[in-house]
Design a protein around this ligand. Structure first.
Ligand SMILES: Nc1ncnc2c1ncn2[C@@H]1O[C@H](COP(=O)(O)OP(=O)(O)OP(=O)(O)O)[C@@H](O)[C@H]1O
Ligand SMILES: [Mg+2]
Length: 312
């Protein structure tokens, strides 16, 4: 969870990104509003939030591409005003197209390699390795502008990784990428994090967020909730629901309610919130189901609940 104001002094060894009270407006529009977040090294951190909640703006601030109106931000131990010192250790894949459309895939990768001083045999080796990883090795001589949307994303990721960055900023990297390759990307991200890289990633896909070690949910430019996917579900007060098909759902619901259970009838089905798994047996003793299934809460449910709470 977010630390309060009186938190311990921050160890920059421990955190790749430390943001405290970030403020940013575009004209009258407040886009970052007292945003505080600490992102530990060697983790996968997912930023979630509705369109326009400030995710890309935060990532651009981390990459030093934005002048903040207020707050403190450090990246890989450097204040963001000096972020150029750590540029060689950062990889940034933007949400929008950033490659040269008239160059071939190979040429775009060579261009990125050149930016980071990677040359000669090391460059050729790294390019073949990465094109292989994103399954584009057979297309290296094609013109980038003619790639399909998913292929373009794959090439963007390969370019971002050319210099083996310690901090990866990935803004919706898997948009348009097919499910098989998406899985391969995620295995690769997990692997990089295990080796010590920090991955800050945005996505609108809950199954991807669920794979991250930490999820931060932004809304209107501030961090609304943060924690592991399991912590967030608990924070939203969500419990697994036992869904039962029974002969007399209303009568069963009344019986369960009398026994202290949170039970309701939804479209003829009996739903019972299960606080602890050992309560399952008690429910089954009180009703005789014809059929049943236990539905675990999803991260998507948690965010809907958290968003409702904020609107109240
Ligand atoms: N350079 C800019 N000038 C003016 N407004 C901007 C600029 N950049 C971002 N904004 C506005 O700031 C708000 C936050 O934008 P941002 O791109 O950070 O959102 P996001 O959370 O990344 O959204 P999405 O999920 O759609 O990518 C939006 O209302 C956007 O229009
Ligand atoms: Mg964005």
């Amino acid at each position: 969870m977010n630390d309060g104001e009186n938190s311990d002094p921050v160890s920059f060894e421990e955190y790749s990104i430390v943001a405290q009270g970030l403020q940013k407006s575009f004209g009258k529009l407040k886009v970052l509003s007292d945003l505080s977040v600490k992102i530990p090294r060697g983790t996968t951190y997912c930023l979630l939030g509705p369109n326009g909640s400030g995710k890309t703006t935060f990532i651009r601030a981390v990459a030093g591409l934005l002048r903040l109106d207020g707050g403190d931000l450090s990246v890989l131990g450097e204040p963001v005003s000096n972020v150029c010192r750590v540029y060689p250790r950062i990889g940034y894949m933007t949400q929008h197209k950033a490659l040269y459309p008239d160059l071939t895939l190979q040429e775009n990768m060579e261009f990125y390699a050149g930016l980071y001083g990677i040359e000669g045999a090391r460059m050729s080796e790294r390019i073949s390795e990465l094109l292989e990883m994103v399954d584009l090795a057979d297309h290296s001589q094609r013109i980038t502008g003619a790639l399909s949307g998913g292929m373009y994303q794959r090439l963007s990721l390969a370019c971002t990784l050319i210099h083996e960055p310690d901090l990866l900023l990935l803004d919706e990297p898997t948009v348009g990428v097919d499910p098989i390759l998406r899985e391969a990307f995620w295995r690769f991200f997990d692997d990089l994090a295990e080796k010590g890289s920090t991955i800050l990633i945005t996505t609108h896909l809950m199954d991807e967020a669920e794979r991250c070690k930490i999820v931060g949910y932004m809304r209107a430019g501030r961090m609304l909730a943060e924690g592991s996917p399991e912590e967030l579900k608990r924070l939203a007060g969500l419990q697994p629901i036992l869904k039962l098909s029974v002969k007399e759902p209303e009568a069963s619901a009344t019986r369960l309610a009398a026994g202290g259970f949170d039970a309701s009838v939804v479209e003829g089905e009996l739903h019972v919130a299960i606080e602890e798994h050992r309560k399952l047996k008690e429910v089954l003793d009180l009703v005789e189901p014809l059929d049943l299934r236990l539905v675990e809460p999803t991260l998507g449910d948690a965010f809907l609940r958290l968003a409702e709470e904020v609107q109240r």
